[in-house]
Design a protein around this ligand. Structure first.
Ligand code: SF4
Length: 731
């Protein structure tokens, strides 16, 4: 497999050429520009762009703010329709051979299609038949025999409406894609501040003098954050990157919309710390221990505004340096240097992504970050705070409007009081529990609002068997993905839906900074797809009837009505009641902490005693993490090449030359990668000097075959980023 010349900087002229190429693909750069400028929230990541300020405008009102990810998502929605004969030409057996990229590029779904086990092909069916089959099945089953999975790409209105229908149908088996990504952030933050989301605003990050970026590669997954980090550096601030891999765009990034940066590049990381996979907490404990040794702890803040410092202090003082440096893989000198930098900071921000949450101790990793921030009073003031860098553009909104098995007390009570309904009180199932229930035959129907449930699961073979064991699987999507070829139930129905900027009614989304955007929607590009809201309201009416009491599902097909309900029911969303008139987007109240008064019963933040897990370091093994490439967003693969890592194709394992030699391999070796869960044959060894020896990297979701179903007990999230693997040379 050929090597690509690895880029020396992110963004730059390449990004500009890429934009022009995407413009051609979309039918012209102006056509693409106009689509990008509509008043709709960006469809890709949760950093947040667009809305009423106009597309390509960020929360600070800065324009142009656009990135490859936003262009990839838009151009994918601007594809033509999947042709009717496609379903005759390609049997499911062949669709199973398609790569994620090939499926994504088949075109837009425009007609409902049905696949029945024993058949060879999907076949188009009319909407009326699709609705009839789904409502008949739901009426046949008991509610507890069903589960409801939501992607973070859908709107607040569609999310609220579907969770309401599922509960009034009789089940709490309601969950969303964050169970497999940032759930640990929500659980961890709630245990620290009493609120499960970022404690700050984008402007706080711009005003920080130190930014820790832990366990992520936003240069590829949240590219516009690079402008903010460039600003921090230009203001003399420090950016401390903690990652097993030296990621191109986190070293240097050329911001295309900044002439100086475009011409000369912008240094991002001022300190780059290559930690072992699973070694983050040992590093965090090390910095905390050194901070304590330096006497650089804000005792007043800890005493007045926190609980738990004495216990945490005792635990870091007990920790042994030789353990911390061995587990983290970071030298004492470098840890001391990081502690000194942090000790000199006046306003520090801690940002993290799934390199922190995709571990069996994900929640404790978040708590360790919280501890370090609180030790210097860096939560509860401007220019400082905690920032989970979230995935899908509305993953936080979907959680806020009630898409979790167990509703928050306030939402549960208000839902019953405001709507005059009685809700089920069963515990409900999270995502993995739904897979276990499907395997055991307890759940017989799965309903997916967007996303790729099969693809995002750990242990792909298990997920395939679980979903294939269902009587019915319903999936609402805009394009094809691996979940439409694998894990197909006795009856699988795909329902084509409109994209956010094709919605006939405005919808809303919530960014990772707790900011609510009002997306205008727009004209449909193709005949056939329906709005998610219309599909949900139609099925609800079909199952629960047309009687307007207690819920008039006909009226609830109107997004305005849904917003009125959300405004009365979800704390902080009250301004939604006026937004159709005012179009005034808003910051959700009670989530941004610029004062050291937190959302806990006593208003104090919490420190937690956590300790680093043992580092897995067995002979002839590697610690593997699954990652997204530059050419993908979550499970959606737009391009097979990973230009920032210099990788062509996706059937590769990236190894440091020391490990290639240690394992008796070479750069031509083909191997079978094995874990305790599964194996992947025919994998090309790829020399990658930028990864820390002892650690390896493969692409998600293909490598999920290797990921076990063991989960963090607090977040129920699998360890997609810490798998012990062995390599068996082929041939
Ligand atoms: S950084 Fe995220 S929100 Fe901003 S344009 Fe890119 S994908 Fe959209």
């Amino acid at each position: 497999m050929a090597r690509l010349k690895r880029k020396r900087s992110g963004g730059g002229w390449h990004a500009i050429r890429y934009t022009l190429a995407k413009g051609r693909e979309a039918g012209g750069i102006w056509k693409l520009y106009r689509a990008m400028r509509t008043k709709n929230a960006c469809k890709t990541c949760a950093l947040g762009m667009g809305g009423q300020r106009g597309g390509m405008v960020n929360e600070l009102g800065h324009f142009p703010e656009v990135c490859k990810k936003s262009l990839q998502a838009m151009v994918a929605d601007m594809q033509g329709a999947i042709s009717p004969d496609f379903w005759k030409r390609f049997p499911v057996a062949q669709l199973k051979q398609f790569t994620p990229r090939e499926l994504e590029h088949c075109g837009r779904l425009v007609t409902p299609v049905l696949y029945q086990q024993g058949e060879s092909h999907y076949r188009p069916i009319p909407w009326s038949e699709a609705f009839q089959r789904i409502t008949a099945k739901l009426k046949e089953l008991s509610a507890e025999e069903t589960f409801w999975y939501f992607s973070g790409r859908s709107s607040n209105e569609a999310g609220f409406l579907l969770q309401l229908f599922a509960r009034l149908y009789g089940t709490n088996n309601v969950n969303n894609c964050s169970y497999y990504c940032h759930q640990a952030s929500g659980v961890g933050l709630a245990s620290i501040t009493g609120s499960g989301t970022a404690t700050l605003l984008l402007e706080d990050v711009e005003n920080a003098d130190v930014v820790f970026l832990i366990g992520g590669n936003p240069a590829s997954n949240h590219p516009r954050l690079m402008r903010t980090l460039m600003q921090v550096r230009r203001q003399g601030g420090q950016v401390i990157v903690v990652n097993p891999v030296v990621e191109t765009g986190l070293v240097n990034f050329k911001i295309p919309s900044d002439v100086r940066s475009l011409l000369f590049g912008s240094k991002i990381a001022s300190q780059y710390v290559q930690v072992n996979i699973g070694g983050d907490m040992a590093l965090l404990v090390g910095i905390a221990k050194r901070l304590d040794e330096l006497g650089a702890v804000d005792e007043v803040f800890l005493t007045q505004h926190c609980q738990g410092w004495p216990e945490w202090a005792a635990s870091i003082r007990e920790a042994r340096w030789e353990d911390l440096t061995a587990q983290s893989g970071v030298s004492r000198d470098q840890i001391d240097r990081l502690a000194e930098i942090y000790a000199g900071s006046k306003r520090a921000v801690f940002g993290w992504t799934m390199g922190i949450t995709h571990h069996l101790n994900g929640v404790e990793n978040v708590q360790a970050i919280g501890n370090l921030a609180l030790m210097r009073g860096m939560v509860g003031k401007p220019g400082a705070g905690l920032m989970p860098i979230r995935g899908h553009s509305n993953v936080q909104g979907i959680g806020s409007v009630g898409v979790t098995p167990k509703l928050k007390e306030a939402i549960f009570t208000r839902l019953q009081d405001v709507l005059g309904v009685t809700l089920p009180t069963t515990p409900g199932l999270d995502t993995l529990a739904c897979m276990e229930g499907a395997t055991a035959g307890r759940q017989k129907l799965g309903f997916c609002l967007g996303g790729n449930l099969y693809g995002s699961n750990p242990d792909s073979q298990y997920a395939d068997r679980a979903l294939s064991n269902l009587d019915m699987l319903v999936q609402m999507n805009t394009t094809l993905n691996t979940g439409h070829a694998h894990g197909l139930a006795a009856e699988t129905i795909i329902l084509p839906v409109l994209a956010r900027d094709e919605e006939p009614q405005p919808t809303t989304q919530e960014s990772m900074f707790n900011y609510i955007r009002f997306s205008d929607g727009g004209p449909g590009r193709l005949d056939g797809p329906k709005s998610e809201i219309e599909v949900i309201a139609t099925i609800a009416r079909g199952v629960l009837g047309d009687n307007p009491h207690p819920i008039d599902w006909h009226a609830m097909g109107d997004a305005k009505q849904i917003r009125q309900a959300i405004a009365k029911i979800v704390p902080g969303f009250e301004p939604l009641s006026e937004i159709d008139r005012t179009k005034a987007e808003f910051q959700i109240d009670g989530r941004t902490f610029h004062q050291p008064r937190f959302a806990t019963p006593d208003g104090k933040a919490r420190l937690h005693v956590v300790s680093p897990p043992a580092l897995v370091d067995a002979p002839n093994t590697l610690r593997l993490m699954t990652v997204r490439s530059e050419g993908q967003f979550n499970t959606v693969v737009y391009e097979d090449d990973d230009i920032y890592r210099g990788v062509q194709g996706r059937d590769v394992i990236l190894l440091h030359p020391v490990d290639i030699e240690r394992l008796g391999l070479n750069e031509q070796s083909k191997v079978t990668v094995e874990s305790d869960t599964g194996s992947l044959p025919n994998i090309q060894v790829h020399r990658f000097d930028q990864i820390k020896p002892g650690n390896a990297l493969m692409y998600y979701p293909e490598a999920n075959v290797l990921v076990g179903r063991e989960v963090d007990p607090h977040s129920r999230t699998p360890a997609f980023k810490n798998i012990v693997v062995r390599l068996r040379v082929e041939g």
